[in-house]
Design a protein around this ligand. Sequence first.
Ligand SMILES: Cc1cc2nc3c(=O)[nH]c(=O)nc-3n(C[C@H](O)[C@H](O)[C@H](O)COP(=O)(O)O)c2cc1C
Length: 143
Amino acid sequence: MSKVKVVFWSGSGNTQAMADAVANGVKSAGGEAEVLTFDSISVNDVANDSVIAFGCPAMGAEVLEEGTVEPFMETYETRCSGKKIALFGSYGWGDGQWMRDWQDRLKAAGASIIGGEGVIANNAPDDAAVSQCEDLGRMLAQA
Ligand SMILES: Cc1cc2nc3c(=O)[nH]c(=O)nc-3n(C[C@H](O)[C@H](O)[C@H](O)COP(=O)(O)O)c2cc1C
């Protein structure tokens, strides 16, 4: 089985902790995971991956981080049809609107969301959120 890429952006470490938990879940199901930042890759690096995970916190006003993640997604959306994508991210004071918008736009572009919806954690992921991320990783390994 090829390595599952877990690609994230994190300003203060919360989404990074979720990425690590997703990767641990992949490994616990016997898979291999590679944790990468959005800043270190281009769309071309992941365009052939049929299964992948992306993490980004709620930023701006319920949007993706606008410097790197939003431009990446605008290009990725044109190439994601048929892919199985896991989404995760941390938020602060909102209600998860950024994640609903993120999964909706990828579904509209023809991808399916692993687990049906993204995993969100309020600020630093607590034990329950870490477990959800690990479960997401196990689903990724079996997708
Ligand atoms: C510039 C900025 C904008 C933010 N906008 C939102 C927002 O619209 N909705 C929300 O729920 N949280 C918002 N937050 C809170 C972050 O999503 C929250 O602190 C999250 O845990 C950050 O994750 P990270 O540690 O992975 O960067 C914002 C934080 C910053 C710094």
